[in-house]
Design a protein around this ligand. Structure first.
Ligand SMILES: [Zn+2]
Length: 412
């Protein structure tokens, strides 16, 4: 299987609020909403606020609000917004691709017509694929200090240079380029089939509808990556724009829908619900656990490894790697851990482990808490289940840490 990359660009605002709650609970303070509001900076203030700076009888007039995709180079906004008190002198357009993320660009005011524009030029580091969604609003101020925000608008970063087919259900939005017609419905079916398992395993569904942007031609895929083209990458999943982009070449459509997409959507759940170290057997094994179509029998492959006496240690050090020549083996071994965990502790056990990891508990301590076993017992039982000897080569205790982000300016 080809490697797929997950990038985690930022913490969503919701995640920061969660961490704030934990910190408050730990230190026993009751700052309540004051502390939380400071942390929840992602939320826009209510539309129409004028910040108490100026007259309350100002009249705002909103004419046409326009959005233009210049894919793959970026997009731009245009608006006619007037204040009865004076000309517009400042402003920004603020948009989110998914809740909790935010980007913005300053407003340009045409001195002759008063027309407002804001432009986002894609660059290598912040380029996004076609068909991401945007919720955006204008936040402007006039010369008299009055401020105004428009109602949020929804648009998509459309690509009109290729033919795309859009399929949207309750679970996902699929965009398919140069692919058979059945791709969209197939992905939709896969997501519907996996919906309740996602819900039970994570304790809820994603707070946004994920996107699968499927490229049937490599050239179309490479177009949006402006400068940082990595020719070996054939897929990218990001919680910054809430979806997965994949180049589809070879392989069956069933594996694409019931394998790849479900795996990549699991990465979006990971980013939304918990903290895991990217590039670990824990994270790749977990995403693999959500595939409903396996490219071969993963468990059987690890059982063969166990029978040959080469099953590596899981809970010591970093465990099996998931990159390089033996990458696929790390995925499979990680998969068997999650299979073992859910077989014995149910999807409830999955959810508990996710919550503990999200609190910053180390993975070994979290696994011990969920199972009620020592790490050595977990390792032995998992190995025995796979048909290996109970004892791995060596297993030393791993220290556990409580990790919280530094909020006060402690200087390190
Ligand atoms: Zn993955």
């Amino acid at each position: 299987m080809v490697e797929r990359t997950v990038i985690k660009l930022r913490w969503p605002a919701a995640r920061i609020v969660t961490v704030g709650l934990v910190v408050l609970a730990v230190v026993g303070l009751s700052w309540g909403l004051v502390g939380l509001q400071v942390l929840a900076q992602g939320d826009p203030p209510p539309a129409g606020d004028n910040f108490g700076m100026a007259s309350s009888d100002v009249q705002w007039t909103v004419g046409e609000l326009a959005f233009q995709s210049n894919y793959p180079a970026g997009f731009q906004f245009q608006a006619e917004i007037r204040s009865s008190a004076g000309p517009i002198v400042r402003g920004r357009v603020i948009w989110s691709h998914v809740p909790g993320t935010q980007r913005s660009r300053p407003v340009n005011v045409d001195p002759d017509t008063g027309t407002l524009t804001a432009v986002w030029d894609a660059t290598g580091s912040d380029a996004v694929p076609p068909w991401v969604g945007l919720m955006y609003y204008w936040d402007v101020g006039d010369s008299e200090g009055n401020a105004f925000q428009t109602e949020p608008q929804y648009v998509e970063y459309e690509d009109t240079t290729h033919d795309w087919v859009r399929t949207e259900t309750d679970d996902i939005i699929v965009f398919a380029q140069n692919l058979p017609d059945e791709v969209g419905p197939l992905v939709a079916d896969a997501m519907a089939a996996q919906r309740e398992m996602y819900r039970a395993a994570w304790g809820g569904l994603l707070p946004y509808k994920p996107r699968a942007i499927l490229f049937g031609s490599r050239g179309a895929w490479l177009e949006w990556q402006i400068t940082t083209v990595n020719y070996s990458t054939i897929g990218l999943t990001s919680d910054d724009w809430g979806g997965t982009g994949q180049v589809v070449s070879g392989g069956g459509l069933t594996d694409l829908a019931y394998g790849t997409v479900l795996h990549e959507v699991a990465h979006l759940y990971q980013n939304e619900f918990t903290l895991m170290v990217p590039g670990s057997w824990l994270i790749e094994g977990n995403a693999t656990f959500f595939e409903l179509n396996q490219q071969y029998n993963y468990e059987s492959s690890v059982r063969h490894l166990a029978a040959s006496g080469n099953l590596p240690v899981l809970l010591q050090g970093t465990g099996p790697g998931v990159s390089g020549r033996n990458a696929r083996r790390g995925y499979d071994i990680g998969y068997t851990f999650w299979k073992w965990l859910v077989d014995n502790y149910g999807l409830e056990g999955h959810r508990q482990l996710i919550e503990l990891l999200d609190q910053g508990i180390g993975r070994v301590a979290a696994i011990e808490t969920v199972t009620g076993l020592t790490a050595q017992d977990v390792e032995s039982r998992w190995r025995t289940w796979l048909g290996a000897s109970a004892l791995p080569p060596t297993l030393v205790p791993t220290p556990t840490f409580l990790i919280f982000p530094t909020i006060a300016p402690l200087g390190y």
